[in-house]
Design a protein around this ligand. Structure first.
Ligand code: PEP
Ligand code: MG
Length: 585
């Protein structure tokens, strides 16, 4: 029986495929399809890993001290039995051969199913064996991690007739932003999560991957079963489970229409972003990794407006990246942009972007969104911050770099940050390393207090970038990652509009460059509004750029500015709705 689940739309498009329920344990392993002619070799890879674990267990048992408790030996025997069980041998092999999953993926898929079955067992002794199974799988995965990986096959696409390898859609309770980023080169065609809000970082990353996704689909990971056929309607945030043939047909049609639309948009790639009344608009790219610079260029971005450097720091269990590693990443982005400006934001860690992706000090904070995040954390770790600043400065010797500071609210934070930048410069002078001495330093405007303190920001900073994702969160007191209050997260709330408009107006008046780099900048439904407010720099994911450009080239800023004057005088919802209509009239 078909049924539909409702969530929050975060990434447009239609995905059709089989559900793959992903457990947190599986997030760490790679997922790819193995080439047809390497399937036997992949099975062999798994068998060798199991053989290595078996040898390990035998050695452990042999070397047990004489006085070791009896249970120790029994425990190793249990592990050996689990290792040889069909569930970890024949069944994952079948997944490799029939579905072309890589060994790690096949193994964790089976593990996840076993875990579910065990949760339903009443017998406590048996239920406790769950941990043993997990440990055995961990051992195999460890061996696999050391074994050479066979070349992944190219990502398949679902043919419109549905005859090709079906797409795989990930269904999970939650996916951290860094885990989501790892999915960049995998086979997944869509994402559904139980948790999350429209501008949670997981949603942002899904959007940057240009893969249909719906978040906040409560209980999806419980209601959807492994291998169910599902459709994600990414525009509506709808997930249809077990669709009928007619519904499938309708969505396949939509899929091909969207593919056509994308193709048509490609024509705008080389067209300048100039409005009807002749104003040049800068469309820049938001990137999470240096390698995204290529996508930015091919979408026609005129630079990088936001490089979220924190992704370099996340999901690393051991050390943070040192100065050289960071320098290389920043330099790679700068060089890949061939002389176009690259705005690198200093680490914005905390809230829904914890450092190691799963439980650390940030997650135990009483209220992470209001806690030690972004510049607050950087200033509390000056050694780490100086390392990042030196790396950024060094990259500026290879092309135009601007430094962007997240979440500033206090004059003291600005002073400390600028002092540390000067200190980092002196440290490089002592080492004789080159950098751009006139490097521009900008502030993210994402806390209402910063808007109220604009004269100070305009005096001390070289440029501003409005982070609407956080500005909305902090203005409306809505946790952007919490689906329970997602319906109140409203970019068109009059208070939000006043703050954005004021920032743009005052920056323009002072002659200080101002951009928007929050998700509003990449939403074509917001382009006219922002243009009417006087915005001339938009930074967004490359995948959004051409649709925004399409809006830009049809806009008349003079007319829009009059409509916006009216909008900003509306406080009643009905009046506001009517005034907003003027933008598209
Ligand atoms: C924002 O807050 O709008 C922004 C661009 O930063 P982030 O989404 O990374 O918090
Ligand atoms: Mg922000």
């Amino acid at each position: 029986m078909p049924f539909a689940l409702h969530g929050i739309p975060v990434s447009r498009g239609v995905a059709i495929g089989r559900a793959h329920i992903l457990a947190p344990a599986a997030l760490d392993v790679s997922h790819y399809l193995v080439d047809e002619d390497r399937l036997e070799a992949e099975v062999e890879r798994l068998r060798s890993a199991r053989a290595a674990v078996r040898a390990e267990l035998i050695t452990l048992k042999r070397d047990l001290p004489r006085d070791a408790p009896e249970e120790m030996g029994a425990f190793l025997d249990v592990h050996a039995m689990i290792l040889d069980d069909e569930a970890l041998s024949r069944e994952p092999e079948t997944l490799i051969l029939q579905r072309r999953y890589n060994a790690e993926w096949a193994l964790t898929t089976r593990l996840e199913e076993l875990m579910r079955q065990f949760d339903e067992i009443e017998d406590e002794y048996l239920r406790e064996r769950k941990a043993d199974i997990e440990q055995v799988v961990e051992r195999i995965l460890k061996v696999l991690a050391g074994a050479p990986v066979l070349a992944p096959a190219p990502v398949p696409t679902l043919a419109p007739d549905g005859e090709a390898t079906p797409g795989v859609i990930v269904v999970a309770h939650d996916i951290g932003p860094a885990d989501m980023l790892q999915f960049k080169h995998t086979v997944f065609h869509g994402f559904v999560t139980d948790l999350g809000g429209r501008t949670s970082h997981t949603a942002i990353v899904a959007r940057s991957l240009d893969i249909p996704a719906a978040v906040g689909v409560k209980n999806a990971s419980e209601l959807i079963r492994q291998d169910d056929w599902i459709i994600i309607d990414g525009d509506a945030g709808l997930v249809i489970v077990d669709p009928s043939a007619i519904i499938l047909e309708e969505y396949r049609h939509r899929q091909s229409e969207r593919a056509l639309e994308k193709k048509r948009l490609q024509r705008l790639r080389h067209m300048p972003a100039v409005t009807l009344d002749g104003l040049e608009i800068e469309l820049l790219a938001n990137i999470e990794m240096a390698e995204d610079a290529g996508a930015a260029l091919s979408a026609g971005a005129v630079g990088v407006g936001l490089f979220r450097s924190e992704f370099l720091f996340m999901n690393r269990r051991d050390e943070l990246p040192d100065e050289d590693e960071q320098f290389h990443a920043y330099r790679n982005a700068v060089e890949a942009m061939h002389g176009l400006p690259v705005t690198i934001r200093t680490i914005d860690i905390g809230a829904d972007k914890p450092l190691d992706g799963r439980g650390d000090d940030f997650e135990t904070a009483l209220n992470p969104a209001l806690g030690l995040r972004a510049i607050r954390w950087s200033l509390s770790e000056p050694g780490m911050f100086l390392t990042q600043l030196r790396a950024l400065l060094r990259a500026s010797a290879f092309g135009p770099v601007r430094i962007l500071i997240p979440m500033l609210a206090h004059a003291g934070e600005i002073d400390q940050t600028l002092d540390l930048i000067e200190q980092a410069k002196r440290q490089l002078d002592e080492r004789g390393l080159p950098y751009d001495p006139g490097i521009k330093v900008g502030a993210m405007i994402e806390i209402p207090a910063a808007v109220l303190l604009l004269p100070l920001f305009l005096k001390r900073m070289d440029f501003l970038s409005i982070g609407t994702n956080d500005l909305i969160q902090y203005t409306l007191a809505i946790d952007r990652a919490d689906n329970a209050v997602a319906h109140l997260y409203d970019p068109l709330h009059p208070a939000v509009l006043q703050l954005i408009a004021r920032t743009i107006r005052e920056a323009n008046h002072a002659g200080v460059p101002v951009a928007v780099c929050g998700e509003m900048a990449g939403d074509p439904a917001m382009t006219r509004l922002l243009l009417g407010m006087g915005l001339r720099e938009f930074s967004m994911h490359p995948a959004q750029l051409l649709r925004v450009k399409q809006e830009v080239i049809h806009a008349d800023c003079e007319r829009l500015s009059k409509a916006v004057d009216q909008i900003l005088n509306c406080y009643e919802p009905d009046e506001l709705t009517a005034a907003l209509k003027q933008l598209t009239a």
